[in-house]
Design a protein around this ligand. Sequence first.
Ligand SMILES: [Zn+2]
Length: 413
Amino acid sequence: MTVSKFIRKLLKLKDVIVVRFEFRGRNGEFHLWVKPLKNGALCPECRRRGRILRTMDHRLWQDVPICGWSVLFHYRPREIMCRRHGRVQELIPWADAYARVTYRFEYGMLLYCQLMTQKGAAKILHVPKSTLSDQLHRTIGRLREGHRIRDLKTIGMDEISYCKGRKYATVVYDLDRSRVVWVGRGKGRETIDRFFNEALSDYQKGQILWACCDMSAAYIGAIEEHCPKATLVLDRFHIVKALNEAVDEVRKQQWREASDHERKVLRGLRWLLFMHSAHRSKKDSRILNALRKGNRRIHRAWVLKDEFEQFWEYGAPWAAERFIKRWCTAALQSRLEPIRDFVKMLRKHVHRILPFIEKAITNAKAEGLNRIIRNVKNRASGFRSLPAFVDMIFLTVGDLDIPAQIPVKFRTV
Ligand SMILES: [Zn+2]
C-alpha cells in the first residue's frame, strides 16, 4: 500500500486522490494536495465529462480534524464546458461548489451544534466561534433552500423572545409532527400574515383543519381569515393561565386590604392556589380548605378554579357546554371582579374553547418545543441576532432533518 493510498484509507476519502501531503509544525496542520479521481472534469449537474477550459485559483478546504491535527485540502478546480450546461466549475467530490469546508466538516458541525454550544463545536472542529456561526448559517441556508412545508394539517403559533427579552419572533408549529415550520421577525398580525402569504399556497391553507393559539386577536383574526376550513381551538395552557391570574388578582386585592393579623393566613398561598388538584398533597388541601374561615373571597375563587379543571375531562361536547354555562353563572355570582372578567373572556371565546373536547389539541406540544428552544437560547446565553437564533431552531426542532441532507457517504465524523 502506498503512503497516499494509506492516507486515503485512513481519512476515508472517496473519489479523491492524494497527490502530496505535509505536516506544518506549530499549529498542528495536516495539509493535503488532492484531486478528483480519474482526473475529474465532471459537470456537477449531469456528471458527464466536459472539455477543460481553464484552471481556476488555488483554494483551501477545511476538513474535520484528526488526532488533534487540523486537516486542510488544497486544489485548483477547473472550469469546464458541458454540452448541456455550458461553462461550469467542475464537480468537487468532497465539498459543495462554493463551500470553504468539506461535506464531512459540515456534517460534523451540524451534529455537534445539535448537541452542544457553538463554542464547544468550534473547539472540536478547530475553528474560531465566529467562523463556525457564519459557516453554520451558510450551510443551513443552502440545505434548507427550496424546502417546502408539507402536509400541514394542525398548526400552532406562539411568540418567543430573544435578545434578552427585548425583541420578539413568531414561531409556527406543525403540531401533528411536533416540529417548527416557520420563524418570523416580530409579533402581531403583520408577521402572521407574512407567514400565510409567503410560506403557504392557497391549496395548503385550505388543507389546514385545526389551529391552536392563545387569545390574542392578531392570531385569531389571521387564522380565521387565512384558513377557511380550520377549527380554531384556544390553547388550554393559556386559558388555565388566565384563570390562575384571575385567582391571583383576587388574592392580591385581599392582601392589600388585610390587616397584619389577617395576612398571616394569606402568606405563601400564591403557588398553592396555582397548583393543579392532582399535584396537591393532603397538607396543601388542608391549608386551602382552612381558607373557608380565613378568607372567604380567596376560598371562593380557588373553589371555582378547582371546579373548572373538570371541563377538560369531558367526552361529550354537549355536556362540556352545559358545564361551562353552569360554571359561568356560579362564577358571576361570586361577585369577584377578576373572575367576572375571566367569565367575560370565556363567553366571548366559548365557541373556540369547546372544540377542545372533540380534539384535544393544545399548544402543549408547542410548549415542549418552546422548552427546547429556550434551552438552545440559554445554551448560547441569549442570541443577539435573529438569523443565528433561527438557524439553531431549525437545526434542533425544524421540520427538515438538516444533517440528513448531507450525502450519506460523508456522514462520518
Ligand atoms: Zn452538464
